[in-house]
Design a protein around this ligand. Structure first.
Ligand SMILES: Nc1ncnc2c1ncn2[C@@H]1O[C@H](COP(=O)(O)OP(=O)(O)OP(=O)(O)O)[C@@H](O)[C@H]1O
Ligand SMILES: [Mg+2]
Length: 432
């Protein structure tokens, strides 16, 4: 377990400087390290010629202690204060407004990022100003959820003491995952009240302001059913989600995924500390920036290309590569072929399609046949096996939550269709 790290306050730094001057040794004199090591390990022999000192004692931690810019382990902090004859309680900075640590786990490294200004400011408002305890960030594969969350963390990191990112798929059980997360958090001042991992996590969430990001949340949800039901072995996640949403603490969980657990919608209705965000495509300007950055020729036809590929950053990067290699970088030339290339988007769509219930798949099939949008009753009349309207509505609602269908209103009638990339994929899958 980590313990909270410490640094000196402004006033503490002034006292450290004075105490150091009174001792008369230069900053890099190893005698400081020898004395601090003797405080921590009085029974060992320490001298200035050795290269290793007691745990946490080194030229670099001494430098960090003196500069007061970065935090060091508490044992080392206290030892350095002691050798200067200073009570550490009067030296330490008790203002925890800057983050102690960011544990990025397997978060993606984002070197190039465009726009999303509105989404970032809305998320910041919810998390930093309204103190939401649970945010679900949902959207189709490749739309930019993980990248947005990385940017968000960079923007709001100062508001948190501990920030931890984990991808759910990389850990088997929730208790393993929580135990792993707890190793990146300090032990609370008082011992844990409970041995149960969720309770321990919530106790830490109460003591410290933490931001926990759990990516790929769709992996805890069932395949082959309507969206949002926990897989049997992951039901326990439901308890984590419910407790983080409803218990009192000062932290926030961001759940990222192609689908969100069903109970988030219920919690959202009952609780203003819970919000879900459905991430859509990029703005026109940001999408154009991606095409530009990928070396395409500047053309008016960009607008059509962006629409065709749903302004999804992943899709746009993929098609830019194809256009650059086979069409001399001209989107207009590619569009003249009057086709839509799926390339690397295909496997992502396949993963999402496989997760659908049988009825959802049948509805997708019916929506892929016509060129235009069709109504609920048209879909129902064309389904091979008869279904109750209520079942069809549930399936459409589930598909909408997965962002796989598009809806519009014509007069009094609701119409449904597939976005062009998805339509292409379903047509190809069923050889339509
Ligand atoms: N705003 C952006 N500007 C530039 N590139 C972006 C932006 N958002 C995402 N990307 C890039 O698009 C690709 C897909 O983004 P990302 O991995 O965040 O999608 P995702 O929604 O998390 O997908 P998945 O569901 O597969 O995890 C990545 O290469 C990412 O760097
Ligand atoms: Mg992702």
């Amino acid at each position: 377990m980590l313990k909270a790290t410490l640094k000196a306050s402004e006033a503490g730094l002034a006292r450290i400087k004075q105490a150091r001057a009174e001792r008369g040794w230069t900053i890099d004199n190893p005698c400081w390290l020898v004395e601090a090591s003797q405080v921590l390990k009085p029974n060992d022999t320490w001298d200035e010629y050795q290269s290793f000192f007691a745990d946490g004692i080194s030229h670099s931690t001494w430098g960090r202690f003196l500069s007061g810019k970065q935090r060091i382990k508490p044992d080392a902090f206290k030892a350095y204060c002691q050798i200067l004859g200073l009570p550490w309680e009067e030296i330490v900075d008790r203002n925890n407004s800057s983050p102690n640590s960011i544990d990025w786990g397997d978060a993606p490294d984002i070197s190039y990022f465009c726009d999303r200004t509105e989404e970032l400011s809305e998320l910041e408002e919810r998390i930093v100003h309204q103190h939401c305890r649970l945010i679900a960030l949902v959207g189709v594969g490749g739309i930019g959820k993980s990248a947005l969350a990385v940017k968000l963390i960079q923007q709001i990191e100062k508001d948190f003491q501990y920030i931890i990112w984990r991808s759910i798929g990389s850990t088997l059980s929730l208790s393993d995952l929580i135990n792993n997360i707890l190793t990146s958090l300090p032990q609370p001042d008082s011992p844990y009240n409970n041995t149960e991992p969720i309770s321990q996590l919530i106790q830490s969430f109460h003591t410290y302001r933490c931001l926990l990001v759990l990516d790929r949340s769709e992996l805890i949800l069932q395949e082959g059913t309507l969206t949002g039901y926990y897989r049997e072995e992951y039901e326990y996640y439901g308890e984590l989600v419910r407790r983080i949403a409803s218990e009192r603490h000062q932290s926030c969980l961001i759940l990222i995924g192609r689908e969100a657990p069903r109970d988030i919608r219920l919690l959202e209705q009952a609780n203003s500390s819970v919000r879900s965000f459905s991430l859509k495509g990029l703005s026109q300007a940001a999408a154009e920036n991606i095409l530009r950055a990928n070396g395409l020729l500047e053309e008016p036809s960009w607008q059509n290309l962006i629409q065709l590929y749903r302004a999804s950053p992943f899709n746009l990067k993929m098609i830019s590569r194809v256009i650059l290699q086979l069409f001399g970088g001209s989107a207009a030339k590619f569009l003249r072929e009057n086709t839509l290339v799926l390339g690397d988007i295909g496997p992502i769509l396949e993963q999402q399609f496989r997760r659908l219930s049988k009825l959802e798949q049948d509805v997708m099939y019916q929506l892929a046949i016509p060129d235009l949008a069709i109504s609920r009753s048209q879909i129902r009349s064309q389904l091979v096996s008869s279904v109750a309207m209520s079942e069809l509505i549930e399936a459409l609602d589930s598909l909408k939550q997965r962002s796989l269908i598009e809806t519009s209103l014509e007069g009094e009638e609701d119409l449904f269709t597939l976005q062009s990339v998805m339509k292409k994929y379903v047509r190809r899958r069923y050889c339509l």
